[in-house]
Design a protein around this ligand. Sequence first.
Ligand code: COA
Length: 272
Amino acid sequence: MITLDTVNLEIEGPVATIYLNRPDKKNAMNPQMHRDMNEALDAIEAAEDVKAVVITGNGDSFSAGMDLEECFLRPYDDPQLFYRTNLVALKWFQRLKAFPAVTIAKVNGYAFGGGFEVTGLCDLAIAAEDVKFGLSEINFGIFPAGGASWAATHNLSRKQALYYILTGATMTGTEAERYGLVNKAVPAEELDAATEKLVGRIVNKNPVTLRLAKEVYERTTHLDLPEAIDYDQAKLWELARLTSNEWITVALKQFEKRSYRPGLDTYKRDVA
Ligand code: COA
């Protein structure tokens, strides 16, 4: 366990877990937490063989968003400080979106503003049914910024995104599943088990394949079909080279022996 001021990081083989750790402040993200998150992401990247990164909150909340006092009120009179303070946040939000390993938000309690955004930036998300998500910015006179509107528009339909952006209403975990912000909402007591099950389905995959699958998804969403196919074919050759053709030499060989069914399960990576 790596203990930073406001974040704890646990790396166990292919799984890294980041615990936001200001439970008395509902894990509101202060400038120190933004610095700590960059450090945690550095440590995970350095560990190299991490396939899944779970982000969760200690205590009874995921995160109540940006620390309204430390990030906005206090540095307000010093524009340079205000800018620098918030740049650190914008940096790790963008790193998270582009992170090479699979990112999973495990959400309980409150997830407002930046907490909503981090859920939306992660690749996958599991929430307790009674979570309260919200883009509360409109309730204090601004619009969701720093990527929070982007996270809404890229996870929700136009009507739902605008509803939550314009009203500041809260969304339960159950609603978040229905509208696409999270993959699954479960009773709070099942959150750990549901996340572990999801992580289990990720970590038995080839890490290169996971990374390239994310890259192909991200890049091809903006391309027309011919360009998308060109891109994915090039990435397939890259995959073959980087994995020594494991998909043919291991996975499909196991299929040939009928030792597993790819439609229902994944191949065994440690068996020739
Ligand atoms: N920034 C700074 N401090 C925050 C915070 C935030 N975003 N969210 C919670 N806190 C602090 C509270 O001020 C309180 O601090 P205190 O003990 O020093 O008074 C502590 O965390 C506990 O929160 P509290 O308000 O007592 O708990 P609650 O259960 O009554 O309400 C919230 C929880 C999250 C509904 C409420 O704190 C809130 O509305 N926070 C702001 C949420 C928000 O708008 N986030 C968007 C930011 S972009």
